[in-house]
Design a protein around this ligand. Structure first.
Ligand code: ATP
Ligand code: AMO
Length: 479
């Protein structure tokens, strides 16, 4: 019972006595003299007995047994150890013997769904629902998210999500990063035009930020040196995949470096290992609970200091050696990403790896071409070659993109014009960004991580929506 959040412990001659607040997950009567309640608080459940006595009337037994599931109650109870305690990760082996009970909030009797329905796994894409699979679909669960979130699995997911956010800040703060908050209403798309939401803005147009990209770089030009942001990101991804949301939480960072952008890649690797080790140490119970239901393999971490870091070309070779048909400069499809993840796991024993030196043509305009690509520049084919850019993967799915950025204004303007999807350096939304580099700016690199993706992939969840409290996708704006 000490695990229950709102517990007052009182010592009594008959044994420990507690006053606690909990939710009734189930109430039933055994006889006119005996009722059983199942009380829940976040991850924990405890059985409670209400037995008629001199001080507890039969009417009270009837009353207790009739409390609708999901009502909030305050109970005064003795704590006992039953002869045959339950062995479960979430059910207490202790038992409460209720002396007094107050209903603080009565739930409706016909709930749209039961919390127990949310304590089961949802099937992965393309997977059949198993016999003991969900009675309610993910959609129904998301439509009734307030009840759905009460399930212990969801409580665990969001504890972990907050943990990742915490570890992200903790690590970067210890490395001298400053927290920033950049605007989410922009004058121009920050990541190109394709998947931006347009909004009305006092008779003009504004755009919801697709990332803090332009501003985090401008703040490097403002000498903030090392910046981090945890904030909302909006993408008009008009497709329903298991890993895309239209609004998600971005963990972004940007930093000036001395000699080589790999200084930043190394720091990012350390950051990810700090997050993984933090989850292992501090969120074991939550992680184990989810793995016991989702039956996913434990996340295999690389040996300390040995994060596999492959060049894109090496990745392509591994895929080809495994029979995949893919061009040198093609972007990886989702199945190819997963396949490469499996190959890396086999070869290096790690579910986490870094792919470096992506083809220039498939990266945004602000990406620094590699030194070799710059040396071989050909104006007839300006997007050929590789770039100083990288993606991080967990279980074969992308969780982070990043790059060294172009810090010289003239070169930036050239790349903006020559890019596969050209942008205008003199446009309203980009003018100030380009100006920042004219005013002088250090060499810098950074990255953006999808928070929901880390949670999804750490736990091996089948859908990113499970890692968003109130997910947004093309078909969902409520609740
Ligand atoms: P981001 O879009 O932010 O870069 P991402 O994980 O979507 O993150 P991409 O490089 O865009 O990464 O895409 C990698 C692969 O994921 C693509 O080659 C494609 O197979 C698949 N993919 C990306 N976006 C979508 C989408 N909206 N719908 C379906 N598949 C997609
Ligand atoms: P990118 O567009 O790759 O890079 O996004 C960074 C990371 O954000 C996550 N992500 C998403 N998560 C959920 N739903 C989505 N629709 C979605 N789209 C992306 C992924 C991805 O790796 N400005 C660059 C970052 C940088 O270079 O610093 C950017 O936004 O985990």
């Amino acid at each position: 019972p000490e695990l229950f959040s709102d517990t007052t412990k009182l010592d009594e001659p008959q044994g420990p006595h507690v006053i606690l607040k909990a939710r009734v997950s189930n109430a039933r009567t055994q006889s006119a003299k005996l009722a059983f309640l199942e009380l829940r608080d976040r991850l924990d459940t405890i059985q409670a007995v209400v037995a008629a006595s001199d001080t507890l009337s039969r009417q009270m037994i009837k009353f207790c047994a009739s409390i609708p599931s999901e009502s909030v109650v305050v109970v005064h109870a003795l704590v006992k150890k039953p002869k045959d305690p339950v062995k479960s990760a979430t059910i207490s082996e202790l038992e409460l013997h209720i002396k007094k009970l107050y209903v603080e909030s009565r739930a409706m009797t016909q709930l749209p769904m039961q919390v127990a329905d949310a304590e089961r796994a949802i099937p992965a894409e393309g997977e059949e629902e198993s016999a003991d699979g969900p009675i309610v679909t993910l959609n129904t669960r998301l439509n009734n998210r307030v009840i759905d979130l009460r399930a212990n699995l969801n409580q665990a997911i969001f504890a972990i999500k907050f943990g990742v956010e915490d570890f992200f800040r903790e690590f970067l703060k210890s490395r001298g990063f400053t927290g920033i908050h950049t605007p989410k209403l922009l004058g121009a798309p920050s990541e190109g035009g394709a998947n931006v939401f347009e909004v009305k803005y006092f008779g003009t147009k504004a755009y919801l930020a697709q990332s803090p990209q332009l501003y985090k770089q401008m703040l490097i030009a403002s000498d903030m040196k090392r910046v981090m942001e945890v904030g909302p990101i909006f993408r008009a991804e008009n497709s329903n995949t298991a890993r895309h949301l239209t609004e998600f939480v971005g963990l972004d960072l940007e930093m000036a470096f001395n000699k080589h952008y790999h200084e930043v890649v190394s720091l990012l690797e350390e950051l990810m290992l700090y997050i993984f080790n933090g989850l292992k140490e501090k969120y074991k119970r939550e992680t184990d609970l989810l793995r016991s239901v989702y039956k996913v393999d434990e996340f295999k971490l690389p040996e300390a200091g040995k994060v596999p870091r492959l060049n894109f070309a090496e990745g392509i070779k591994m895929l080809r050696d495994a029979g995949e048909e893919i061009g040198d400069f093609d972007d990886l499809t989702t199945p190819q990403e997963k396949k490469l993840g499996a190959l890396v796991l086999e070869k290096y024993g790690s579910d986490f790896y870094v792919l470096d030196q992506f083809p220039l043509a498939i990266r945004p305009f602000y990406t620094m071409p590699s030194a070799e690509t710059q040396a071989k520049y050909d104006s007839a084919n300006p997007n050929a070659g590789y770039s100083n850019s990288y993606d991080f993967f967990m279980r074969g799915q992308e969780i982070m993109s990043g790059a060294q950025r172009i810090h010289r204004a003239e070169y930036l303007e050239q790349r903006m014009k020559e890019h596969v999807s050209p942008v205008d350096p003199n446009s309203d939304g980009l003018r100030d960004y380009v100006q920042a580099f004219r005013e002088g700016c250090s060499k810098h690199a950074g990255g953006g991580i999808g928070l929901e993706r880390i949670v999804m992939l750490w736990l091996g969840l089948p859908n990113v929506r499970l890692a968003s409290l109130f997910p947004r996708d093309p078909g969902r704006k409520t609740p």
